[in-house]
Design a protein around this ligand. Sequence first.
Ligand code: PEP
Ligand code: MG
Length: 537
Amino acid sequence: MLKGIGASQGFGIGKAIIIEDVKLDYSAVKYSDAESEKARLSKAVEDFISETKHMADELKLTAGEKEAEILEGHITMLGDPFMLSQMNDSIDAGNVAEAAADSVFQMFYDMFASVEDELMRQRASDVKDIRDTLLRILLGLKSVDISAVPKGSILIAKDFTPSMTSQIKKENVSAIITEIGGVTSHSAILARAMGIPAALSVLNSTEIISDGDLLIVDGFKGEVITEPTGDQIKEYTLKQEAYLKEKESLNVYFNKPTITKSGLVKKVYGNIGKAEDAQNVVQNGGEGIGLFRTEFLFMDRDRAPTEQEQFEAYSTVAKTMDEKEVIIRTLDIGGDKNIPYLDIEKEENPFLGHRAIRYCLDNKELFKTQLRAILRAAVFGDIKIMIPLVTTVDEIKKAKALIKECADELENEGLSYKLVPVGVMIETPSAAIISDLLAKEAAFFSIGTNDLTGYTMAVDRGNAKVSALYDCFQPSVLRAIEMTIKNAKKEGIPVGMCGEAAANTELIPKLIEWGLDEFSVTPSSILQTRKTICENE
Ligand code: PEP
Ligand code: MG
């Protein structure tokens, strides 16, 4: 089995077709004179535009308007008079049209590839795509005809450019596999838009797999099963059928507002741990992000992410969510989330110890680096800050004072930032009991039932002997939830839930009755949660 990144959900079974890169070698092309080179270039640009327009029209039908904009962007980019004049200057300097195009695009490629912003870096792959197509046209080469592959094909390439993806006929392609690219790459976005399962970043797949190999692709896990057995084929065929059936029944809720039968307007958000996951929330119809678990940015590395690294992650999420609300939870470490390089002392009772906001208030530099990054990213969207494991009013006051301090520093440094609302996670019995007092300081609440259940029931969720007590339907937990919602309402602040219980179909009717405003769940549970809300009073 080969392992990559699951970038588009579903299971695909089919025969491998390796898409080789076309060789774009122009070393044998001879320079005649500047005028004819320029004429060749201008004819190639014309052909590029009409070819790309045609592909954009096709893409509108197969993937949608928004996706076709990527190709329309290519036309605009190539039509840029500055780019054309640079290419003509290069021809005047004695270069053939191919070399002129290659060098000018290389210059733009280097420019985009060196930018730290993830979305800008994506533009580098657009530039490469335009360059390759233009060179192919100039050299008179035909591209691989992806549109002609037979039904049941699994396409494998180093990467799929938008122009390659636009030729895909979704009824013939069971899955796609690439060697590079992540969940925010164009290949991933387009595969999701077309509903084709995709496993990306499957290393050396074009070499390991041969044309005609039978494969199974798991687009959830990013796994590729080579040489599947008959039983595996049966198993995955059934899985795909079940997945499609379920998708069909939930799809009607994709663009539907979240309104209860009695007309109450609610919101269903997604929980994420990495910036790339935001795409998953959009893909699943989320109306915002109710919990960004930022501690994941600090894990699997040997030093804390810098302010710039964090700024990039937070601003990528804000931009991906396109003005929709994004609630960023500050570092929630300690307990079961240990980060070796932070030298957290070993404690007798780590779950009751120096963790989350307690640790952050005692490690101001680390905390302020995160807060500054969030405030700077806030100019790109609707960001809010949420403080975890609060047990006292003093903690939120101190956190707000530090946020103000960071804003003042950014102001003095002349950096752009936005002061954002600060909310509190209600995930300890203390916070629920004093939720009337916290509501006066907090801009919003989000109930973290995962911890609230454990702390209220005094139960370790890892201990099988007491796991029956770890139950959000216990009256004490229900009362804590109800009390929190009521106190938020009394003070007029919004209240959400980001613990797993927000997706519990049996609990949802109670949460609606008490007045919960926002339900933040795992992205794959968004549509089911909306369906349950819409079916209740
Ligand atoms: C919670 O405690 O409910 C919560 C959402 O936080 P986490 O699961 O990250 O502890
Ligand atoms: Mg928690």
